[in-house]
Design a protein around this ligand. Structure first.
Ligand SMILES: Nc1ncnc2c1ncn2[C@@H]1O[C@H](COP(=O)(O)OP(=O)(O)OP(=O)(O)O)[C@@H](O)[C@H]1O
Ligand SMILES: [Mg+2]
Length: 338
């Protein structure tokens, strides 16, 4: 299958506005290689500040990367003609974390949804546009749809607003939705229903999802048949199928993350050991450590780790950026067997 998107050695370095660190940059993304295929689900996971939102914005075309090449259906995004650029912009939709900020508070749901439909000529005439909006609201589970048309964003719950954002995204028949922490501001009780909605949209409409989160549990749920990209300090450190990563993480950072996930079963929890890191401090993106950015915290680091930055390479079932991936002990994760 031909890829929809290809990020080839992408970097995004922002100028640093901190007066005490003049002429430095914030290396939000470095050397990112990532391919997205039609209809697949990729979860992008990492701690706060590791560059997930920046990656989502680069993918959606909102940030022009400072390095590397970005291809849409095999064509360099910088060289798309007007028509193709329009396709690129409609086919990749970004759903952001803060549903309140993403909707105009002065517009009704009907007005907010009508604007892109009219702009992109997805329906013509008042009646057809209204019908299209009703169909969209029903698709995202806001029923009866007529009750939501005249409402303003503040009259909806966080979960309902998030659904409206999904409706707005799918109104343009996208090939990919980049969902940046779409459930982190939604009540825990409603999270599952939003995740299920994304799964349904993926399966029924064959929309690919790039699901951005700091939460391994929701990543595992949404991308159960997909892939997971783990990020650390602006780089992808492991990329593999979710099943393989969860049962056999190969990068020490991911082993540490997974070994720290709490387990409800006390017997399993007792048998579980956390991978001891040398430091809990996360270095910053202005002065990332030399070589492998994880080396100051890694219990397996050797001299070469501080000297040479490992690239993503094939190791058994997936891609791992670690010099010692084949040699480090298998951190047996009882978590994977539950
Ligand atoms: N427009 C910008 N200008 C300057 N620095 C930026 C900009 N956008 C992001 N950054 C910096 O890039 C780094 C990565 O930020 P990003 O928002 O991508 O992280 P994140 O993984 O999404 O974090 P979180 O989980 O908290 O949402 C941070 O240090 C951030 O301050
Ligand atoms: Mg973010």
């Amino acid at each position: 299958m031909n890829p929809l998107l290809q990020l080839d050695n992408i970097s995004m370095h922002f100028p640093n506005k901190d007066k005490e660190a003049k002429n430095t940059t914030i290396k939000a993304l470095s050397n990112i290689d990532l391919t997205v295929y039609p209809g697949e689900v990729i979860a992008v996971v990492g701690e706060s500040g590791c560059g997930k939102t920046t990656l989502g914005k680069v993918i959606s075309g909102l940030h022009q990367p400072t390095g590397g090449n970005y291809y849409y259906k095999g064509k360099d995004v910088n060289q798309l003609n007007k028509k193709r650029m329009r396709q690129f912009r409609t086919n990749i939709q970004l759903v952001q974390q803060d549903s309140y900020a993403a909707l105009n508070p002065a517009k009704t749901i009907q007005q907010s949804l009508a604007a892109p439909i009219m702009r992109h000529k997805k329906a013509k005439g008042k009646k057809a546009i209204r019908l299209k909006i009703i169909e969209l609201l029903e698709t995202v589970g806001l029923k009866p749809a007529e009750q939501f048309l005249a409402k303003f964003p503040h009259q909806l719950s966080g979960g309902q607003r998030q659904r409206v954002l999904m409706a707005r995204a799918i109104s343009l028949d996208p090939e990919i939705i980049v969902a940046d922490e779409p459930v982190s501001m939604v009540d825990v009780s409603l999270r599952l229903s939003i995740l299920n909605l994304m799964s349904t949209l993926n399966k029924k409409l064959n929309i690919a999802f790039v699901y951005i989160t700091h939460d391994l549990a929701t990543a595992r749920f949404i991308a159960q048949n997909g892939r997971l990209a783990a990020m650390y300090l602006g780089r992808i450190v492991e990329l593999s199928s979710v099943g393989d990563i969860m049962s056999n993480p190969q990068h020490p950072y991911l082993q540490a993350l997974l070994s720290a996930v709490p387990i409800p079963d006390p017997n399993v929890a007792k048998a579980k050991r956390e991978l001891p890191l040398k430091s809990l401090e996360v270095p910053n993106l202005v002065y990332p450590p030399s070589g492998c950015a994880f080396h100051p915290r890694c219990p397996y680091a050797t001299n070469s780790c501080s000297e040479e930055c490992p690239t993503l390479r094939k190791v058994s079932h997936g891609l791992v950026a670690c010099h010692h991936a084949e040699r480090i002990p298998k951190w047996h994760l009882t978590a994977s067997s539950n």
